[in-house]
Design a protein around this ligand. Structure first.
Ligand code: DX5
Ligand code: ZN
Length: 228
């Protein structure tokens, strides 16, 4: 499956599995799938580009069997092209690479697309928006990090919102502007107002008393503030 195109009204909520209880992944995924999640966000870390290790291929393969949700692989790894084919094979529906990890982003995006999956490009909080202008036409999704990548549960960085606005203005209506890190009921509104329409949230969903309610509350809050 590849990523669907968006319309101006669409809002996607992507629970980040990093905040789930890893002893009960199948049940945790089932809760957010029934609760209305649009994508399942999978944070892949290599202990090199970021100082942490998380979900790898066997986990993606195993959970593929228990969910029909599109899998959104966020590769926080130094060599995205080396592993992208394996993540596609394991069941990822979209693959996002970091601009900081590619010397030729257009070629990277095209090679990922050839795998038959959706393509995303991501920038860290310190990376200027201009760095990815050259690749905007090649991707389905742009991911603006609103925390330093590597760990869940960090505080949202509002200073990245100017970049989000700048990118939204250059992107087509049917492309997704995703924001990742520190998204909750308090911060999702400003991200939506800046033009984001795809929201990753880990702690705010998986650690909520009622994850399904958290998903619908986040969506309602985003809709209220969304820029069309
Ligand atoms: C951080 C990851 C995020 C993280 C978000 O490197 O890319 O996806 O899981 O977690 P919260 O929503 O808890 O900040
Ligand atoms: Zn992520």
């Amino acid at each position: 499956m590849v990523l669907g195109k968006r319309t101006a009204e669409d809002i996607w909520i992507a629970p980040s599995l990093l905040a789930a209880d890893f002893a009960h992944l199948a049940e945790e995924i089932c809760v957010v799938e029934k609760g209305g999640a649009d994508l399942l966000h999978l944070d892949v870390m290599d202990g090199h580009f970021v100082p942490n290790l998380t979900i790898g291929l066997p986990v993606v393969k195993s959970i593929r069997g228990v969910s029909k949700l599109p899998f959104d692989a966020h590769l926080m790894i130094t060599d995205p092209l080396k592993y992208a084919p394996r993540f596609a094979e394991a069941g990822a529906d979209s693959i996002t690479f970091h601009a900081e990890c590619s010397s030729d982003m257009v070629a990277t995006a095209r090679q990922i697309r050839e795998l038959g999956v959706g393509v995303g490009v991501c920038i860290n909080p310190q990376t200027p928006a201009e760095v990815i202008f050259e690749v905007l036409e090649e991707v389905d999704l742009v991911l603006v990090m609103s925390v330093h990548p590597g760990f869940g549960g960090q505080e949202f960085m509002p200073e990245v919102l100017e970049k989000a606005k700048m990118l939204r203005e250059r992107m087509k209506t049917d492309q997704w502007l995703q924001i990742d890190g520190g998204i909750d009921q308090q911060t999702i509104g400003e991200a939506a107002a800046a033009g984001a329409n795809c929201f990753v949230a880990g702690v705010a969903i998986f650690r909520a008393d009622d994850p399904a309610k958290a998903i619908s509350d986040l969506r309602d809050e985003a809709r209220r503030s969304m820029k069309r």
